[in-house]
Design a protein around this ligand. Structure first.
Ligand SMILES: [Cu+2]
Length: 127
């Protein structure tokens, strides 16, 4: 019986893993708003999540991230494009990048912020 429960749990977790990998973002709206040709997106962070956690942009657009934290210091890092912001409470950070080619890019926290640090992720969806 224990083996069966284990197998069942394993299958369910593999299924949910496969679903997140193939997540369809086509129904998501573009994030933020364009002001003077720059797509400005405000992102807030908390232990252990981002709001919004899914950011949707068009490739080639100039993007400005305004990043803040509601509790302790957090980072907003997109390794693939060498983009990294760090914000402390009351000290937001901002930075620009040009949206890379279409695809899904992982956002991770670049400041160790506690036990859930590694689970603190988001996604940049480039159309
Ligand atoms: Cu962290």
């Amino acid at each position: 019986m224990k083996k069966l429960i284990f197998l069942f749990t394993f299958i369910i977790s593999m299924l949910s893993f496969a679903t997140t990998q193939k997540m369809d973002y086509s129904s998501y709206n573009l994030s933020g708003e364009i002001i003077s040709g720059v797509r400005i997106i405000e992102v807030e962070s908390f232990r252990y999540s981002y709001s919004p956690s899914i950011i949707v942009v068009n490739n080639g657009e100039k993007i400005r991230i305004k990043f803040s934290t509601g509790d302790t210091e957090h980072g907003f890092k997109i390794s693939e494009i060498n983009f990294d912001l760090k914000a402390k409470k009351g000290k937001p950070a901002e930075g620009d990048f040009i949206a890379p080619k279409s695809g899904i890019y992982e956002i991770t926290c670049s400041v160790f912020c506690g036990s859930g640090h590694k689970k603190m992720t988001g996604r940049l969806v480039v159309r």
